[in-house]
Design a protein around this ligand. Structure first.
Ligand code: PAF
Length: 282
């Protein structure tokens, strides 16, 4: 597996691949990789001639500086995982390679139509602007045919799709299923920072979503949201930030009686770690 830090080096290697008619699949990440990322890379491997992966902890999408500082950085182990999952080229730039003109807001002309108003968008101001900024820069550097995103970040996926459509970027966004631990906890780079007693109760997050799934056929969204919140509140280690049932396309609260295209989304704090998860209903 090749490894580069400069976008020019990445571009020239990928241009050479493209000159041979090779299609490039791309998996953007922030590192601290786990089996969920490995699955994205394997899918990209199966569907493309060349697989590029980026590892870049993007400062502009962190609204909490402590979270940015504490974000796990494990490049050595990440490279090994990527090589064995079938990555051809790892792009691991530093901040100066990604933002040669310094870190600043570069708003993109994308109308998000309310996709960013609730949930993560409401609680993490500026987060999605930072995600769009860096994903757009990464797409520019890589020029992929297909890019792979996990469905755990449901709102991020919707926003990246919208951005890609609005900017008419020639890349297909491929959504990939959430990968879970055997006890149901969605895999996340943040899980490794949970204390053992927090890790022990972490699967309750998914159990709250499963409760919503079991109630969905016979109950209104508001009641399910209330019951799920009440379920999680029985574990005092959790601080629930939201449990919301929204339309999968608009990410707005489902209409009364709506039984199709709904997804339950949850965010909660366990100690200092913030976890998110979701499950499609019906
Ligand atoms: O989901 C992530 O890991 C990040 O938000 C992404 C898409 C790599 C952009 O920094």
């Amino acid at each position: 597996m090749k490894q580069v830090i400069h976008p020019d080096a990445l571009r020239s290697w990928l241009d050479w691949q493209r000159s041979k008619g090779h299609k490039v699949g791309f998996v953007p990440t922030m590192g601290a990789l786990h089996e969920g990322h490995a699955q994205l890379v394997r899918q990209a491997r199966a569907e493309n001639d060349v697989v590029a992966v980026s590892i870049f902890v993007n400062p502009t999408q962190f609204n909490d500086q402590q979270d940015l500082i504490n974000y796990p950085r494990t490049l050595e182990a990440d490279s090994q995982l990527l090589a064995s999952a079938g990555c051809d080229i790892l792009f691991a730039p530093g901040v100066s390679e990604m933002y040669p003109d310094g870190l600043k807001e570069e708003p993109l002309p994308v109308a998000l139509l309310g996709l960013d108003t609730l949930m993560e968008g409401a609680l993490r101001p500026g987060h999605f602007m930072g995600v769009m900024q860096v994903v757009n820069k990464l797409f520019e550097a890589v020029g992929p045919c297909r890019a792979y995103f996990g469905q755990k970040d449901f709102q991020q996926l919707a926003i990246v799709r919208r951005m890609t459509a609005e900017l008419e970027l020639p890349v297909t966004i491929v959504p990939c299923p959430i990968v879970r631990e055997p006890d149901g906890l969605a895999m996340s780079s943040r899980n490794r920072r949970l204390q053992p007693h927090e890790r022990a109760v972490a699967p309750l997050l998914y159990q709250a979503l499963q409760l919503a799934q079991s109630l969905w056929a016979g109950h209104e969204a508001a009641e399910i949201e209330h019951r799920a919140a009440e379920f999680l509140s029985r574990e005092p280690l959790f601080g629930l930030e939201y449990f919301q049932i929204v339309d999968v396309d608009t990410l707005q609260p489902v209409a009364p009686g709506q039984k199709k295209n709904a997804v339950a989304c949850i965010a909660a704090r366990l100690g200092v770690i913030r976890l998110i998860d979701n499950a499609v209903l019906g």
